[in-house]
Write a new protein. Structure first.
Length: 538
């Protein structure tokens, strides 16, 4: 049995009709050569209460010809599916051999009750074309899989390419992914066959997914911490792609949150990840944020402004007219979203960003200053960021009543980044006192962010309606134009009435944050963070 071999894997989702086109493309066949073909049937096991999944484990028995192979996979905490360990062995029969799992993560949770509760949940039936890529001191396994996942009540198609780095530099893995995407559309995916199998048997519909923070701990290097945070943010972004394509408002909202969290992480770790690629990554993330913004603004406009006021003024004809006009605008904005997330540019952005997080120049540089920043224990880097950003919020927030809308917008961005930093770094500082202070800080930051966010929505709403008042629309009769303009004014007045209340809430939240004591006390045995050497020093 293998001893804790760590995998680095990428999964690319490719349309079934593109698989054959890929195989027949001269660049593909000329580079990857003749494959080894297999038909594999795998059965996945778990208990009714999904104990294995809760512990990040997968247990399967795969049949390849006359051979039965038992595989246990364990996802590394915080890895967001990019890193896993695998234990594999040949067994007899179609059922798991639980007598041979002592050196795996399954052993500590394998109680007598659990042994009796494990049962088949779903199967995969896959035709695999396997390729081995060697060169540049790199060994990569590539599997082109077509088939289906089968449960008791249905099935799901499988059409994907798995890339696994056996040996070498992670950047080589992304070169292969980029080469495939240059031939046919290939979307980096984050869900394994086992995850999709669980969704099948539990009848999980396509829906928005919320963020999940990685597990950081004191003593971890700042570079490793950024990689885990970046992975989690990217997984959050990719996981909400299917719902966003289906014009799900919450899916779009979560996709934007994922973008904001990733951009905040890059800002928080700016001294660590500064390299010659970071600006290009930030530019592409800003592009995607712009493409999603209009649809989200109109979603908020409908839910926060238009729908409530229509309930209070059900017979106002101008509100009916203005609703139809903005509904058309929202449809157009969602078409823009679908075009963006279905584009070559989006797919390239995802692959490039994943590569930069995993293997960007910042992660391998031998420059002594870059290396020192990368290797600094996360508790020191986090403390510096939290203290500096908290100080800015305290100073700027004390003047909330005197700030103009643009200044309030900038304060909101700072609050948002500090909130995300607090969520990212919460687990670094242990103890009841730290946990209590962290909880209070997070609560205050959320209230402050929500109040300032709602105020920003008011400003956006007023801008949308002011445009209607200035230009009610072409082709309208004078009377209909007046009604639409009146309705726009009605909405502006209603939103303005909320502005002062929102600023009062923001002041209260700021005062609460101002009274919160820091939770980022250094508890390790270091009296000071490691010194970053001057340029040119080893």
């Amino acid at each position: 049995m293998d001893v804790d071999p760590k995998e680095i894997e990428l999964k690319l989702r490719v349309a079934p009709e593109d698989i054959e086109a890929l195989r027949n493309h001269p660049d593909f066949s000329g580079t990857f050569g003749t494959p080894t073909r297999q038909t594999m049937e795998s059965t996945y096991f778990d208990s009714d209460d999904r104990v294995l999944r809760e512990h990040g484990l997968t247990l399967r028995v795969r049949q390849v010809g006359d051979k039965r192979i038992q595989t246990i996979k364990a996802e590394h905490p915080g890895s967001s599916g990019f890193e896993r360990s695998e234990w594999e062995q040949v067994i007899e029969g179609d059922q798991p051999d639980l007598s041979r799992v002592d050196d795996t993560p399954l052993a500590p949770i394998l109680t007598d009750d659990m042994r009796g509760s494990l049962k088949p949940l779903f199967e995969t039936r896959i035709d695999r074309s396997a390729y081995r890529l060697n060169g540049n001191d790199t060994d990569i396994e590539m599997a082109v899989d077509q088939g289906k996942i089968v449960g008791a009540d249905g099935s799901l198609p499988v059409s994907e390419i798995e890339l696994e780095l056996k040996h070498g530099r992670p950047g080589e893995l992304f070169k292969v992914a980029r080469a495939i995407n240059s031939i046919v559309p290939a979307q980096l995916d984050v869900k394994s066959k086992s995850e999709r199998g669980y969704e099948l048997v539990e009848k999980t519909k396509i829906a928005a997914e919320t963020a999940s923070d990685p597990k950081l701990s004191a003593g971890m290097t700042s570079g490793r911490a950024f990689t885990l945070i970046g992975r989690a943010c990217l997984r959050h972004l990719i996981a909400n792609h299917p719902a966003t394509v289906q014009r799900d408002a919450e899916g779009l909202h979560q996709m934007r949150i994922a973008l904001r969290r990733l951009r905040a992480a890059i800002s928080l770790f700016a001294p660590v990840v500064a390299d010659d690629r970071v600006e290009a990554i930030k530019t592409e993330l800003r592009w995607l944020a712009r493409e999603l913004a209009a649809a989200r603004d109109l979603d908020s406009f409908f839910s926060e402004a238009l729908t409530p006021i229509r309930k209070r003024h059900a017979n106002e004809p101008g509100l009916v007219s203005i609703s139809k006009m903005f509904a058309r605008k929202r449809q157009a904005s969602y078409r823009q979203v679908q075009d963006a997330v279905g584009s070559d540019r989006f797919r390239a952005l995802i692959i490039d960003t994943a590569e930069w997080i995993e293997a960007g120049p910042w992660s391998t540089s031998d420059d002594p200053i870059v290396r020192a920043r990368r290797e600094m224990p996360i508790e020191f880097h986090a403390a510096e960021q939290l203290a500096r950003r908290g100080k800015k919020i305290r100073r700027r927030g004390a003047k909330i009543g005197r700030l103009d809308p643009e200044e309030l917008h900038q304060l909101r961005i700072q609050v948002k980044k500090t909130r995300y930093a607090t969520e990212f770094f919460a687990g670094v500082y242990e103890g009841k006192k730290a946990a209590k202070r962290c909880k209070r800080a997070l609560s205050s930051l959320r209230r402050l962010q929500n109040s300032l966010g709602s105020f920003n929505d008011v400003i956006t709403c007023k801008a949308l309606c002011t445009e209607v008042m200035d230009n009610p629309g072409r082709g309208l009769s004078p009377e209909r134009g007046r009604r639409r303009a009146f309705a726009a004014g009605l909405i502006i007045g209603d939103q303005q009435a909320q502005a002062d209340r929102l600023l009062d809430r923001a002041r209260e939240a700021h005062e609460r944050f101002d009274d919160t004591k820091p939770f980022w006390k250094i508890t390790r045995a270091h009296s000071a963070p490691p010194l970053i050497p001057a340029a040119g020093q080893p």
